[in-house]
Design a protein around this ligand. Sequence first.
Ligand SMILES: [Zn+2]
Length: 160
Amino acid sequence: MQIAAHKVVKIHYTLTNEEGDILDSSRGQDPLAYIHGHGNIIPGLENALTGHSPGDRFQVTIPPEDAYGLRNDELVQSVPKSAFQGVDEILPGMQFQAQSPTGLQLVTVLDVEEDEVLLDGNHPMAGITLNFDVEVTDVRDASAEELDHGHVHGPGGHHH
Ligand SMILES: [Zn+2]
């Protein structure tokens, strides 16, 4: 069966950056399960998978525009240290959930000064070209219930 809209697809993947560092991998765990054509994974990877079948293995390079977007410098800003009440020590690289007008947002600490903390609200993978090594392990029709819920049930998916 080929990958097309409304199919449940299982893949093993290894994600590396342009330097070859491994950023993420499903190897050693359950394969990633998702419903094709529903925007559950980044657009560049979803497009590259269309038409593939179980057993196919391939590499794809995805520019930031088709992955987690370009970096937006306006999302980098300083906030007073007093905004971090209850946090004993603030260090570069730490990540926090922040309340924003559009909901919870993940922010990363870039730098810590005497009274201020420099925060980056960009997605950690924004602006990064991603290299995926992908192996398709399973393709099947989604159930009516899975399409209704918008996610996969069973191994690699939701349990409820
Ligand atoms: Zn469900």
